[in-house]
Design a protein around this ligand. Structure first.
Ligand SMILES: Cc1cc2nc3c(=O)[nH]c(=O)nc-3n(C[C@H](O)[C@H](O)[C@H](O)COP(=O)(O)OP(=O)(O)OC[C@H]3O[C@@H](n4cnc5c(N)ncnc54)[C@H](O)[C@@H]3O)c2cc1C
Length: 394
C-alpha cells in the first residue's frame, strides 16, 4: 500500500508495536478466561486508541478512517476479539454521538470516552431479530417533563460500559411513533446489566443482555431526533462496518503469518512440510484471498472518505470479506493438524473469532439482503423508516 501517508504509516507502526508487545501476550488468556484485563484497556486508552477517530475538540485525534482500519487490522492480527471491542469504542459509539449529539451531549460523553474513563456500548438487538426492528419491544414514551424507557436488549457488547446508546421504538407527546436513540447511563435507576454470555468467539468482549425497568430519561438523554435518531447516523454505521471488516482481515492475516512460520519450520515424511504440494497451494490461495479482500476494503474506505462510495459497499465488504476471512481461517487451522484443535496453541481462536464476526454487526445474509434491496429497489437499507409503525410486525 504505497499510497499511505507518513501519518498513516506511523499510526500503523505504533499499533503493530502495541499489538506485538501488549496484546499478543494476553490474547490466549483473553480467549480462554473470557475476560479482557483492565490494564490492557487502560494502555489502549493511554496511547490514544479510544479517541483515534473522534474530533480533537472532543478529546480525540481526528484520524481518518484509513488510519482507523490500519490500526484495527494490526490489533486483530494479535487478538481479533480485542480489536473488535475497540472498534465499538473507537468508531461506532463516538461517531454516533458526534453525528446525532448536541454540543452539551458531545462535551459530556466524548472526552470521557476518548480518555478511556467511561467505556461505551451500542445496543439494538432484541429477541425478535437484531435488524427486524418492527418486532422490537423496547420503548421510550413521554413521562412528566421527560421520558421513560422499558424493555430489554440482547447481545450488548461491552457490558462493563458506563454509557449505553440504545436504539428503540419511541413516541413523542403528540403520539407520533418512530425509532430513536437514547443515552442510558450505567448508574440510572432501573437499568440492569445481566451476566455475560460464554461465547464461541470474540471472547473477552463482555456480551450479554441488558434491561430497562421504568428508567427515567430527560431531554438531554435523547440523542438526535426522538423519532428518527435510530436511523439517521448512517455514516457512523458505515465507518463502523468498515473498521469491523478490517479486523476480519487482520484475523486472517494474523493466523496466516503464524501458519507460514510454522509450515516453514516443520518437517513431515523426511522433508520440509512446505514441499507438500497442497500445503504450499493452500498458503498461496490464502495469501491471494487476503490480498484481494484488503484491496477491496481500502478501495471502499478511500471512496467513503472521498464521498464517492456506492451506498451498498460497506455491506458488500462486511458480507464478502467476513465470509472469506472465515474460509481462510478454516483452511489455515487445518494446516496445524492436531495442534490447531488444541486451544492452548492459540490457533483456533482466530477461526472462532472470524465466525463471530460473520454474525456480529449483522449476519452475512442480512447484508446480502441490503445489497439486493439497493440493486433492485435503490434502497440501501433493510428496513425503510415507515416499517417501525407496524405494531405486530415480526
Ligand atoms: C459477538 C457478538 C457481539 C454482538 N454485539 C452486539 C452489540 O454490541 N449490540 C447489538 O445490538 N447487537 C450485538 N450483537 C448482535 C448481532 O448484531 C446479531 O446477532 C446479528 O445482527 C444477527 O441478529 P440475530 O442474532 O437477531 O439473528 P436473526 O435476525 O434472528 O437471524 C438469524 C439468521 O437468519 C438469517 N437472516 C437474518 N436476517 C436475514 C435477512 N434479512 N435475509 C436473509 N436471511 C437473514 C441469518 O442467517 C441469521 O444468522 C452481537 C452479536 C455477536 C455474535
Amino acid at each position: 500500500m504505497d499510497w499511505l501517508s507518513e501519518d498513516q504509516r506511523a499510526l500503523r507502526d505504533m499499533a503493530e508495536t502495541f499489538a506485538r508487545k501488549d496484546v499478543e501476550p494476553l490474547a490466549n488468556q483473553i480467549d480462554i478466561e473470557e475476560e479482557t484485563p483492565d490494564d490492557l484497556i487502560r494502555k489502549a486508552a493511554e496511547i490514544g486508541l479510544f479517541g483515534l477517530y473522534t474530533s480533537p475538540e472532543y478529546g480525540g485525534a481526528g484520524a481518518d478512517l484509513v488510519s482507523v482500519c490500519l490500526v484495527s487490522e494490526e490489533l486483530a492480527k494479535a487478538s481479533p476479539a480485542f480489536a473488535g471491542m475497540l472498534t465499538v469504542q473507537m468508531v461506532l459509539c463516538p461517531k454516533t454521538v458526534e453525528i446525532l449529539g448536541t454540543e452539551e451531549q458531545k462535551q459530556r460523553i466524548l472526552p470521557a470516552n476518548s480518555s478511556g474513563e467511561r467505556l461505551m456500548a451500542y445496543s439494538q438487538s432484541e429477541p425478535g431479530g437484531a435488524a427486524n426492528i418492527a418486532a422490537h419491544l423496547t420503548r421510550v414514551v413521554p413521562e412528566g417533563e421527560g421520558y421513560r424507557i422499558d424493555g430489554s436488549k440482547l447481545f450488548c457488547t461491552q457490558g462493563t460500559a458506563e454509557t449505553y446508546l440504545v436504539m428503540c421504538k419511541t413516541k413523542d407527546r403528540a403520539g407520533n411513533e418512530g425509532y430513536g436513540c437514547v443515552i442510558v447511563e450505567r448508574e440510572d435507576e432501573g437499568f440492569q446489566v445481566h451476566p455475560y454470555e460464554n461465547k464461541l468467539g470474540w471472547r473477552g468482549t463482555n456480551t450479554g443482555p441488558i434491561s430497562f425497568d421504568n428508567v427515567y430519561l430527560d431531554e438531554t438523554d435523547i440523542l438526535g431526533d426522538l423519532l428518527t435518531g435510530g436511523f439517521s447516523h448512517r455514516a457512523a454505521n458505515h465507518a463502523n462496518l468498515l473498521s469491523h471488516v478490517a479486523t476480519s482481515i487482520g484475523c486472517a492475516q494474523g493466523l496466516f503469518d503464524k501458519t507460514l512460520e510454522n509450515v516453514k519450520q516443520r518437517r513431515l515424511y523426511g522433508k520440509d512440510m512446505a514441499e507438500l504440494q497442497p500445503v504450499s497451494y493452500w498458503l498461496a490461495e490464502a495469501h491471494a484471498k487476503i490480498q484481494a479482500c484488503r484491496a477491496l476494503l481500502y478501495n471502499t474506505v478511500r471512496e467513503f472518505e472521498a464521498g464517492t462510495m456506492a451506498p451498498e459497499m460497506p455491506n458488500v465488504c462486511k458480507a464478502y470479506i467476513g465470509e472469506t476471512a472465515f474460509d481462510v481461517c478454516v483452511r489455515l487451522v487445518q494446516l496445524w493438524g492436531g495442534s490447531g484443535i488444541m486451544n492452548s496453541t492459540g490457533v483456533n481462536r482466530y477461526m472462532r473469532d472470524a465466525r463471530a464476526k460473520c454474525v456480529a454487526e449483522g449476519a452475512t445474509e442480512m447484508h446480502y439482503a441490503i445489497i439486493a434491496n439497493q440493486l433492485l429497489h435503490g434502497q440501501p437499507t433493510l428496513v425503510p423508516n415507515g416499517i417501525v409503525k407496524t405494531k405486530d410486525g415480526r
